[in-house]
Structures are given as structure tokens and as C-alpha cells.
Design a protein around this ligand. Structure first.
Ligand code: NAP
Length: 507
């Protein structure tokens, strides 16, 4: 590290990266614990993370909002059971403002590299807004932040409008256009019904059929909203009931004997909504239910059956200037191509940023697959916490529950370090190993094993590196008590003092 960088860097006790749900939750917890010496780096000019970036028509949560919200910030005014993206984003902005997070956010500060300085026991961060140092770093960069484009030959030669669901171009008017949709995942099944009435023709290219269960969305009545506001216990009970139902549903993922029951719910939904047997056959998945994310929709199948929609299951061979060519040689001419092809999840792109104790990046360390201790800390990467890191996402319940458990764990670790005058921690490799061996063994019987299908839950070696294979409750139980014995610690000899006068973030 050059002395000029050191001279100009501002130092903070904690640097949080990202201001989506995870970064905001962490900041609120730090404030609640009396910590003021922290910043939240945000590359964009607004908070919200994936809920800021995903603005495609029909974008909404597929977990009911009474559960998909912070436990400490209930919101009685959700308009519907499943809130639309605009409301979730407004909620996040409001929570960030109300809890005093905004003064700590450095907008337009993209963290480009973060390098552990072992001699000083600090992280050195290069951001688009200049260099910083931090004693602790919390990554809240989220699994759904880097859009994944389909690997189709000729994709970027396409002469019409090409967009990804996570980067929707609202300036482009789809009215009266011939439109191709690539992908039939959680995003596509939301925007297909939303745009179908407007377009001239919609061709949906399906590589694998998704399993879909009924959504049962509806607007909350004014009486319900009044009850949530004046008797908060009613909303808490609703939240608890939804959570426990999702926990129960989880059994279907790791208990093969329950699979026929779960499958029958989705099969009945398909049969009720699609009368045409040949279309039904195309829409019937050929893999164990739950292996890919189970989707929740009441309007996708009806949209597919409208006269201006065709479903193509023939594999795509290539994209040309004028459209999409399938393996049987047919050219589907279109004006626009919409890719609902998901995100780089298993590769965890944020791992390229961090360089640890041994000089290797986290991406290099994870060359044979990402893993962490409790999904939160990684051996050789001292004083770094990952929120929604490896094996923390859920296939059956709200991921915010997991994230809040992690935030509490991080807070407990920071308190321990402060109390015991510790400068740095590093998780013991053997603790990380034992934890991951036990975790991976649980996938064997589950729907998420690579035996059943290829999904974005798996890394290139077929290992599930994204999901927690158990009840959400058991994750929280596991993280409830902070376990200092799992870590190597370094005593603080003297507080880190940068050469320049400190430009602290104190408010
Ligand atoms: P996704 O679930 O990863 O789905 C991607 C789709 O694109 C799949 O159907 C995939 O087919 C297809 N695909 C990918 N590459 C292709 C190619 N080269 N040719 C043809 N098809 C291709 O992505 P997503 O729908 O954006 O959802 C990602 C995740 O975001 C979800 O699982 C969920 O966690 C989250 N999400 C949540 C909500 C919510 O309401 N909370 C809403 C949207 C998204 P294969 O199945 O064959 O790979």
C-alpha cells in the first residue's frame, strides 16, 4: 500500500457494502448498539438493492409481505398480500430514513477492491469515491445483484431492443411489438402476464418448465389494515402463521416421502388452469419439485393461453439480427428480446473484490466452490462478514429471517471484540470444514441435490453453495450464541490511527 493512499484514506470502524435489505439491517443494528463510526458504501444513488434495480412490469415479492419485511419494522399499510416492487422499495427508503441510516450512506461509492492489511489489522478499500480503511467490513452485496445474460450465440448481434429483467428499459414502448422472452423463472412469470395485453405477439422460449403453485394474492381490506395499525399483534400473528406454514412446507424439500404431496399441489394447479393436454405436457416439469425454485403465480398459465402468445420448447440455436433461430431451423422474427435469465448467484461475483491474509482473492480461495462458516465468515479473511453468503438462501421461507440472524451474529462478534480489546478475528479452518461437511451431507436426500436437476443453486461442480438445507429456525438457533472458540483472535495493541486527521462519519 502506498503511503499516499494511506495518507488520504478515511478510517471507519465498520464499513458496510451495499444498501439493500442486508446493508440497511446491519446499519440499523449498529446504530441500535450505539455505533456511529461506520459507513455504508452504495454504488448507486439510492438505497434498495435488488428492489431498486428490478423494476420490470409485474415485479412483486413471492413471499407474503407481512413476512417479507423487517421483524423490527412492521408495515401495516401493504396494499396487497404480495406487495409490488414499488411498495417494497418505498418501505426500504422509509426504514432507512426513519432509523437514521441515510447520513451514513456514501452514495456513488462503488467498492472496487478490499485488501486485508495484516500488519495493521485493517481492511484497505478502494472505492470510486476514494480510498478508505476499516477495521471490520460487512458485505451486504446480495446474491441477486449481477444480471446473468443467456449464453446464446449471436445474442449481442440482435438488431432490436435487448434487455434483461433486472435492467428494464422503460423508455422502450412494447406496445404493438413482436417480443421474445428468454427464460421462465420467477422474474419472467411475473412480467409475461404484465406485458402480454400490450404486445402484438409474445413468444416465450422455455428451456425447462417451472413448477408453479397457486399464489392467492389479494388486496388487504381497509379493516385488515386498520387492525394491523391499531392492534399490531394481529400483523405479528399473521407473520408468525406465514412463517410457520413456510417452515412446514420446507419438509417437502428434504423428505422425499412428502414429494408426491407437494407435486400434487402444483399438478392440480396446472390441470385447473390449462385445459389443452398438449400444452399441459409442455408445461409439466421433468424434475423433482423444489429442485429449482418453486414459483408462485395465478396469472402466468392464463397469459400463456392468450391468442397473441406462443410457447416454444424447441431449444434455441442462435440469435440473429432479426430474431431467434431454434434447433429445427425456424426463425422467430421479433422486435424485442427480454431476458428473464436470472443472476450470477453461485459464482458470487463479489468474491473478486476481497483479498485476504494470504494475498489471494476470495474468488481464488473459492476456486473449488464457495464456502463459509455459518455462511458468514471465511478462514483467511479476517474481520470480514458476508451477509447472505454461501448456503444462507432459502428455497422455502423468507431470506430476510436468515439475514436478521446473521446481523445479530455480526453484532455479537463486534461486541465481543470491543469488550475483549481484540483487533482481529479469523475463523479456524477446521471449524469451517466441520460445519460445511455436515451441511453438504444434508443435501444428499434433498430435492436440491444435483441428481435431480441443474439449477442456479449449484456451482460448476454440482455442489449446492447457495441454500441452507434445513429449517430457517435451526439456522437462527445455530447463530443465536456467538462462539468465540471457533475463531483465532488477535489482541489490539493500539487503536489503528491513520496519518491524516480522521474524517469520521460521526453524525
Ligand atoms: P432464474 O430463476 O435463474 O430463471 C432463469 C430462467 O432463464 C430459467 O427459466 C432458465 O432456464 C432460463 N435460462 C437461462 N439461461 C438460458 C438460456 N441460455 N437459454 C434459455 N433459457 C435460459 O432467474 P429469475 O427468474 O430472474 O429469478 C432469479 C431469482 O430471483 C429467483 O429464483 C428468486 O430467488 C429471485 N426472484 C424473486 C422474486 C420475488 O418475488 N421475491 C421475483 C423474481 C426473482 P433453466 O431453468 O433451464 O435454467
Amino acid at each position: 500500500m502506498t503511503s499516499s493512499t494511506e495518507a488520504t484514506a478515511s478510517h471507519v470502524h465498520v464499513a458496510v457494502i451495499g444498501s439493500g435489505f442486508a446493508g440497511i439491517a446491519m446499519a440499523i443494528r449498529l446504530l441500535g448498539d450505539g455505533e456511529r463510526d461506520f459507513v455504508v458504501f452504495e454504488r448507486a444513488s439510492d438505497v434498495g438493492g435488488t428492489w431498486r434495480d428490478n423494476t420490470y412490469p409485474g415485479c412483486a415479492c413471492d413471499v407474503p409481505s407481512n413476512l417479507y419485511s423487517f421483524s423490527f419494522a412492521p408495515y401495516p399499510d401493504w396494499s396487497r398480500r404480495y406487495a409490488p416492487q414499488t411498495e417494497i422499495l418505498a418501505y426500504l427508503r422509509d426504514v432507512a430514513r426513519r432509523f437514521g441510516v441515510l447520513p451514513h450512506v456514501r452514495f456513488s461509492h462503488e467498492v472496487r477492491t478490499a485488501t486485508w492489511d495484516d500488519a495493521e489489522g485493517i481492511w484497505r478499500l478502494e472505492t470510486s469515491g476514494g480510498p478508505w480503511t476499516a477495521t471490520f467490513v460487512v458485505s451486504g452485496q446480495g446474491p441477486l445483484s449481477t444480471p446473468k445474460w443467456p449464453d446464446l450465440p449471436g445474442l449481442h448481434d440482435f438488431g432490436g431492443e435487448l434487455m434483461h429483467s433486472a435492467r428494464w428499459n422503460h423508455a422502450y414502448d412494447l406496445a404493438g411489438k413482436r417480443v421474445a422472452v428468454i427464460g421462465t423463472g420467477a422474474s419472467a412469470i411475473q412480467f409475461v402476464p404484465a406485458i402480454q395485453p400490450r404486445v402484438a405477439h409474445l413468444t416465450v422460449f422455455q428451456r425447462s418448465a417451472p413448477w408453479i403453485v397457486p399464489r392467492g394474492d389479494r388486496a388487504f381490506t381497509s379493516n385488515e389494515r386498520r387492525a394491523f395499525r391499531s392492534l399490531p399483534i394481529t400483523q405479528r400473528l399473521s407473520r408468525a402463521a406465514i412463517f410457520l406454514k413456510h417452515e412446514r412446507d420446507g419438509l417437502g424439500f428434504w423428505e422425499p416421502r412428502l414429494e408426491p404431496y407437494v407435486r400434487s399441489i402444483a399438478a392440480r394447479h396446472l390441470k385447473a388452469q390449462v385445459r389443452d393436454a398438449s400444452l399441459r405436457a409442455k408445461l409439466t416439469p421433468n424434475y423433482r419439485i423444489g429442485c429449482k425454485r418453486i414459483l408462485v403465480s395465478d396469472d402466468y398459465y392464463p397469459a400463456l393461453q392468450q391468442p397473441n402468445v406462443s410457447l416454444v420448447t424447441e431449444p434455441i440455436e442462435r440469435v440473429t439480427k432479426g430474431g431467434v433461430v431454434t434447433a429445427n431451423g425456424t426463425l422467430h422474427e421479433v422486435d424485442a428480446m427480454l431476458c428473464g435469465t436470472g443472476f450470477e448467484v453461485a459464482t458470487m461475483p463479489f468474491a473478486r473484490l476481497f483479498r485476504g491474509k494470504d494475498g489471494r482473492t476470495l474468488a481464488q480461495t473459492w476456486a473449488s466452490g464457495p464456502e463459509a462458516y455459518l455462511g458468514t465468515t471465511v478462514a483467511n479473511f479476517p474481520n470480514l462478514f458476508l451477509l447472505l453468503g454461501p448456503n444462507v438462501l432459502l428455497g422455502h421461507n423468507s431470506v430476510l429471517y436468515m439475514m436478521e440472524a446473521q446481523v445479530a451474529y455480526v453484532a455479537a462478534c463486534l461486541q465481543h471484540a470491543r469488550r475483549e480489546h481484540l483487533q482481529a478475528f479469523d475463523v479456524r479452518p477446521e471449524a469451517q470444514r466441520t460445519y460445511n461437511d455436515a451441511l453438504q451431507a444434508r443435501f444428499e436426500r434433498s430435492a436440491w441435490s444435483a441428481r435431480h436437476c441443474a439449477s442456479w443453486y449449484l456451482d460448476e461442480h454440482g455442489r449446492n453453495v447457495t441454500l441452507w438445507p434445513d429449517f430457517a429456525l435451526s439456522f437462527r438457533r445455530r447463530l443465536r450464541a456467538f462462539d468465540p472458540a471457533a475463531y483465532q483472535w488477535r489482541l489490539r495493541v493500539r487503536p489503528y490511527a491513520p496519518r491524516e486527521a480522521r474524517r469520521s462519519s460521526k453524525t
